[in-house]
Design a protein around this ligand. Structure first.
Ligand SMILES: Cc1cc2nc3c(=O)[nH]c(=O)nc-3n(C[C@H](O)[C@H](O)[C@H](O)COP(=O)(O)OP(=O)(O)OC[C@H]3O[C@@H](n4cnc5c(N)ncnc54)[C@H](O)[C@@H]3O)c2cc1C
Length: 385
């Protein structure tokens, strides 16, 4: 049996950033990842770093994250391809205009500098490749994007340099307890004890919590993604999104255009982390929608397609919690399709919950795990305690 002060479950951006933040404080950390780092959402993501369009409860965290991104590469001693060229959320038809104007109003009310661009010309001055039929767009100049693989690897490397043990290919099978206190984890190779276990296991978080009688309902959706070959003949400097959420795109620093299509409910039997493909129909729909927004995409060769699974909570905001009913348990999950941009803050918040029991900078009450248990039916309560 091996002992750590903290065990982190999950090697995505959330777990790796948490391992780094804890190691920086001199905490002895072991992270278990069942596949390899960035094997799931943090590897599949579009990797936009945005404040605009977020739930108001998340905005203070997103705002702090933007400050952190500015110096993150320097701090982690790695190139992260972080680019801060803004985010345009497009109104493609007049019916979308009111929705997009509301995004601007909400952002401005929360102190985020954003404007509504009310002509196609104004939008195309920022993104000339956007179809001239566009009606308008919100623009948030402080949003951006980064290279997701480089970011997670940089956190992994930095945590290791500070002494963290990052173990890939070892799945946590269960949490161990003494009474209600969480005391460690078991894997196929043995048992490991810790003062605190941080669960940052993405879509598999509910499975781990269920064994403790804890309830985290997630709707898992599958989102198709494509990336073109790198090109000098196409420039998209901001990240794009649309009012309906059925399309988003960015151009990587290497020149490839990455875009996503509409999500559909996940058929659990259909996909595994090793095989998250998409159907021919999903690919056709995704490509058709993308070309409607960026017509010249039709001239670019698609290099790679994949699908990504997204862990939507019922209120579409994550869980950040040192679970009061289970001392020694901290949860960071349910990022609902926008956990990459706030990843650096998630790491800080989870480290603070681990070492201090809270984070004085943010009101974390909306992010409690038990918010879901409060509305469960009697049958569910029997099942989940
Ligand atoms: C297509 C797509 C587009 C997206 N676009 C954006 C975007 O533009 N901007 C944005 O901010 N966010 C975006 N997101 C969301 C963002 O990528 C995720 O919220 C974020 O990556 C979640 O990171 P995570 O570390 O919490 O989870 P994950 O990256 O899923 O990591 C969890 C890890 O836990 C491991 N694990 C699970 N169970 C166990 C176990 N029992 N033992 C050990 N390890 C285990 C898994 O293998 C996995 O590696 C997008 C997501 C997708 C799929």
């Amino acid at each position: 049996m091996s002992t750590s002060e903290v065990i982190v479950i999950g090697g995505g951006i959330t777990g790796c950033a948490t391992a780094y933040e804890l190691s920086k404080r001199g905490v002895k950390v072991t992270l278990f990842e069942r596949e390899s780092i960035h094997a799931m959402a943090s590897g599949w993501t579009l990797a936009g770093v945005r404040q605009s369009g977020r739930d108001a409860t998340e905005l203070p965290i997103a705002r702090e994250a933007i400050k952190r991104w500015a110096h993150l590469g320097e701090e982690l001693e790695a190139e992260l391809d972080y680019v801060q060229n803004g985010n345009l959320r497009l109104a493609l038809v007049p019916d979308h205009e009111a929705m997009i104007r509301q995004v601007v109003a909400d952002g401005n009310a929360a102190g985020i500098p954003m404007e509504y661009l009310d002509t196609a010309d104004a939008v195309r001055q920022i993104a000339p490749e956007v179809n001239e039929t566009v009606v308008g767009a919100s623009f948030c100049p402080t949003d951006g994007h980064a290279d997701n693989h480089k970011v997670v690897r940089a956190y992994d490397d930095a945590a290791r340099r500070l002494g963290a043990a990052i173990i890939s290919g070892e799945e946590v099978l269960g949490l161990t307890t003494h009474g209600d206190r969480v005391t460690g984890v078991t894997t196929a190779k043995g048992s490991y004890t810790a003062d605190v276990v941080v669960v940052a296991a993405g879509i598999y978080t509910p499975r781990l919590l269920e064994s403790l009688g804890l309830y985290l309902p997630l709707n898992i959706v599958h989102c198709p993604v494509a990336q073109t070959v790198p090109t000098d003949d196409f420039t998209l400097s901001p990240v794009l999104g649309v009012a309906t959420g059925s399309f988003a795109a960015r151009q990587t620093v290497g020149g490839g255009v990455r875009f996503i299509g509409a999500s559909v409910p996940w058929n659990e039997g259909q996909h595994t982390p090793a095989n998250v493909g998409m159907t021919v129909r999903q690919k056709e729909n995704m490509t058709r929608n993308a070309i409607a927004v960026l017509p010249r995409l039709a001239d670019l060769r698609i290099e790679r397609v994949w699908g990504g699974l997204i862990d939507d909570t019922l209120d579409l905001i994550p869980v950040f919690d040192a679970v009061p009913s289970h001392p020694g348990l901290v949860v960071g999950a349910g990022f609902s399709g926008h956990g990459f941009g706030i990843g650096p803050m998630s790491g800080e918040i989870l480290a603070n919950l681990t070492t201090e029991g809270g984070d004085p900078r943010f009101d974390l009450s909306p992010f409690r795990l038990h918010r879901f248990a409060e509305g469960v039916t009697e049958v569910e309560a029997e099942l989940f305690g």
